[in-house]
Design a protein around this ligand. Structure first.
Ligand code: BGC
Length: 531
């Protein structure tokens, strides 16, 4: 089995993980200094790989997602030597490293774009998407950008519009152009040759657009939110059939250098269309694509089950789901679901069939820290989920000795040091769940079967199975104490008793036998039972 199926991934937002030089911004040496938290020492979380959000040279209009040099490190984060040290230290611990590949757009400051806009005949011109004004002199069509406004920006110097799916500072590359395949292929090969283990591939559904620039229809209220935003249904500039060719191109480049590199795609599209990006067979396109059902589901047993089983239904038998509870683009789940459900949410994430991707700080229960007026930096309003990691309960939180780039928030109980010493902390629960998952073929790689529970009970229950090993997971989601019968609809086909392997309520429960016809759960408690 590939390492990433049973594995647990961990997302690092490098600006906010650890600052080694006191400038208030996280950096690569800071990450290297904190690898013990992740793997390779007795108190580590035990994750298998880190995905580091972009640290390439960038003017920072989109905090690194606007790249001006794909193969160099932005000085704010260090340099290539610091990166090599980080990679070596991670690999020494058996921790794999994934980078963020941004194939859809560069920064306006990238030398390719500077050359492209310098003259209409410059060979770099064709790397980007240019068009003449519409007859009325306005943008070539009505496409809107993710962050608002027209997706077209007028370039005075060369007298045409260029396309940008995100900020105007992020001109879109033209993947209909073979030279773009070459250039991004070189980037992929550069980092794999340096030793990285794969990529999280950014915004893949936005990578390629209709070459005829056809107009998008207006949004209808029945359409899913992933496809319609900014007033229109993004039929012609999002999730085009050719996007799979983009993935395959990246895959071919990766295979030339390091066969078996992990490619994890990011895309906000409905689950029915997501599996397409896995290609026709394993190793054809992406290995994993993010499924983001928990960003919208709310903490509700029915909605969670639906979200989980949609992936089960729509992925091919060879496919494997990949989910995150939080990331750097959305409010944290401690804020969305509420603090009461954090322990149960951890159990859910780490016991489902699929690869979980933890977001830095969720293991200690970090919630959003909203920026006050005047403090906001991200124009799309995502600062609150990106605030610095809290290592210790002290000014600067052990994150920085200087002035942090974003407000840190309350460190009093939400910090790594205090939770490390407390066997009943959320951090300790994460460690135990990851260890249990790693030691269990059923939890890390087995089949999934959802159990039909009475909707009024507010309980989610499922069985994970591999060979003779069977584990039952039962999670109370309504925030009420109660007695539940997870096998009510499956009596006779499953055993009457089981052995408690782990409860989220680590202080209350001792392990032992359970009568499964009446399982007592406290509010928001989750349990794993050996059958
Ligand atoms: C990244 C965002 C970024 C956007 C444009 C996303 O999906 O996760 O942070 O703003 O792509 O690159």
């Amino acid at each position: 089995m590939t390492w990433w199926r049973p594995g647990v991934l961990y997302q690092i937002y490098p600006r906010s993980f650890a600052d080694s030089n006191g400038d208030g911004i996280g950096d690569l040496d800071g990450i290297t200094a904190h690898l013990d938290h992740l793997r390779g020492s007795p108190g580590s979380l035990g994750v298998d790989a880190i995905w580091i959000s972009p640290f390439f040279r960038s003017p920072g209009a989109d905090f690194g997602y606007d790249v001006s040099d794909y193969t160099d490190i932005d000085p704010v984060y260090g340099d290539l030597a610091a990166f090599d040290r980080l990679l070596a230290a991670a690999h020494e611990r058996g921790l794999r490293v994934l980078l963020d590949l941004i194939p859809g757009h560069t920064s306006v400051e990238h030398p390719w774009f500077r050359a492209a806009r310098s003259s209409r005949t410059d060979p770099h011109r064709r790397l980007y998407i240019w068009a003449d004004p519409a007859p009325d002199g306005g943008p070539p069509n009505g496409w809107t950008s993710t962050f608002g406004g027209s997706a077209w920006e007028w370039d005075e110097g060369s007298g045409q519009y260029y396309l940008h799916s995100f900020y105007p500072e992020q001109p879109d590359l033209d993947w209909h152009e073979p030279a773009v395949h070459e250039r991004i292929g070189e980037v992929v090969r550069f980092w794999l040759q340096r030793g990285v283990d794969g990529f999280r591939v950014d915004a893949i559904d936005r990578s390629i657009k209709d070459p005829l620039l056809r107009e998008n229809p207006a949004a209808m209220s029945t359409q899913r939110r992933f496809d319609y935003f900014r007033g229109q249904y993004h039929l012609w500039n999002k999730d085009r059939p050719e996007a799979l060719d983009v993935v395959r191109s990246i895959r071919r480049s990766a295979e030339r250098v390091k066969p078996g590199s992990l490619l994890l795609g990011e895309s906000y599209i409905p689950i029915e269309r997501l599996a397409r990006y896995l290609g026709d067979h394993p190793g054809d396109a992406f290995d994993l694509v993010f499924d983001f059902p928990f960003l919208d589901s709310g903490w509700d047993a029915g909605a969670l089950r639906h979200a989980v089983e949609a992936a089960e239904a729509h992925f091919p038998p060879s496919g494997w789901p990949c989910r995150a509870l939080s990331n750097h683009d959305n409010p944290r789940h401690a804020t969305r679901f509420g603090r009461g459900s954090l322990r149960a949410a951890a159990m859910l994430s780490l016991t489902l069939r699929g690869t979980p991707v933890l977001y830095m700080g969720e293991e200690i229960g970090m919630a959003d820290v909203p920026a006050t007026e005047g403090e906001a930096l991200d124009r799309a309003g995502r600062d609150a989920a990106r605030t610095p990691m809290r290592w210790r309960n002290e000014p600067g939180a052990g994150f920085t000795s200087g002035e942090p780039w974003l407000r840190i928030g309350d460190t009093s109980s939400v910090n790594v040091a205090d939770q490390s010493d407390d066997p009943h902390s959320l951090l300790s629960l994460y460690r135990r769940l990851i260890a249990l998952r790693g030691a269990s073929a059923a939890l890390s790689g087995g089949s999934y079967r959802g159990l039909d529970m009475p909707p009024e009970g507010g309980v989610l229950a499922y069985v994970r199975e591999s060979g003779t090993e069977r584990r039952l997971v039962v999670i109370e989601c309504r925030g009420q104490d109660g007695r539940h019968d997870p096998f009510a609809a499956a009596r006779g086909r499953l055993p009457e008793t089981g052995r408690l392997a782990l409860s989220t309520d680590t202080s209350r429960r001792a392990s032992g036998d359970l009568d499964l016809s009446g399982v007592e759960l406290s509010a928001n408690e989750g349990i794993i039972v050996d059958l």
